[in-house]
Design a protein. Structure first.
Length: 298
């Protein structure tokens, strides 16, 4: 198939694009610079120069493709409007990447026992209300003659398959541990995130292209752990003795920015990928703790 992918030089989009190229598909990837164009071309992806604000470039690429994957931004309404506007009435698949912080609870590092699957009602935090509204807009296009599907990953780990090699949370924590000589979490670190290996995530995209019905929404996870447990594994991996330290929210915001500290590093996001498994998804990569201690982060 001919596949158009935004975010083709990024972590998720680049990994998905590389997986699809390896499966024999023709992938065109949106890139913002000549350097990124060369990098994706070297991986078998045909570069298309442009940005998410270039509505006509996006629309032309969508019309020329059999499948569109949006992995550049979970929040860019203009790009979604351009892509879905071009796909309406075509019957083609539009695979959009969201993120499980939509159900996140801002808890300053405290644990929450709330767990969500795809059918659990929730009220998003103010920081994620616009993202949830965009998801609802995307899924409404199931009634407009195309096949919108949303994949909503939890914390992603592992080395990317494409140009973008690193995810967000785990590299942030490792970098901070190396700087301080000890791993550190925001608040008490009892907050829990579900997680998924990038190797497993890319197989869900391929499966969704093949099988997902119009209007489908899938969480992606294969386990969960607290930020403290992640930091303890980082200390063991780096050979640092003792327990991780607890940062104040002010310290965490100074390290990562207030939004990232509140909504990613100190929040809870506990989901269950019930529908993805019903679709036939079978995640099998090593766990997050094993990956830190024995795998790619060593």
């Amino acid at each position: 198939m001919k596949i158009f992918c935004t975010g083709a030089s990024g972590y998720i989009g680049g990994s998905v694009a590389a997986h699809l190229v390896a499966a024999g598909h023709q992938v065109t990837g949106l890139v913002r610079s000549p350097e990124k164009a060369d990098a994706v071309r070297a991986r078998g992806i045909e570069p298309l120069s442009g940005t998410l604000d270039d509505a006509e470039i996006l629309a032309q690429a969508a019309r020329a493709a059999d499948v569109v994957i949006n992995a550049a931004s979970a929040d860019h309404t203009g790009a979604v409007d351009a892509l879905l506007g071009a796909l309406a009435g075509s019957g083609k698949a539009f695979i959009h990447t969201s993120g499980s912080s939509i159900i996140g609870t801002q808890s300053k590092g405290q644990r929450s026992d709330a767990v969500f699957d795809e059918d659990t009602p929730f009220t998003p935090s103010p920081a994620r209300a616009a993202r949830v509204a965009l998801n609802e807009l995307i899924l409404s296009y199931r009634d407009k003659g195309c096949r919108p599907v949303i994949i909503c990953p939890s914390l992603i780990y592992g080395i990317g398959h494409g140009v973008g090699r690193d995810s967000v949370q785990v590299p942030f924590l490792i970098k901070l541990a190396k700087k301080r000589g000890n791993a550190a979490h925001a608040g008490p670190g009892e907050n829990v995130w579900s997680n998924v290996h990038i190797d497993d995530l890319v197989t869900l995209y391929a499966l969704a292209i093949e099988k997902a019905p119009a209007g489908a929404f899938y969480f992606a996870e294969n386990g969960e752990g607290s930020m403290r447990e992640v930091c303890e594994a980082i200390n063991r991996m780096l050979g640092f003795a003792g327990s991780p330290s607890a940062m104040s929210m002010e310290e965490a915001a100074a390290e990562w920015g207030e939004g990232t500290a509140e909504n990613t590093m100190a929040s809870n996001s506990r989901v269950r990928a019930v529908r993805a498994r019903q679709l036939g998804w079978k995640p099998q990569a090593r766990s997050l703790i094993e990956e830190i201690e024995q795998g790619c982060y060593r």
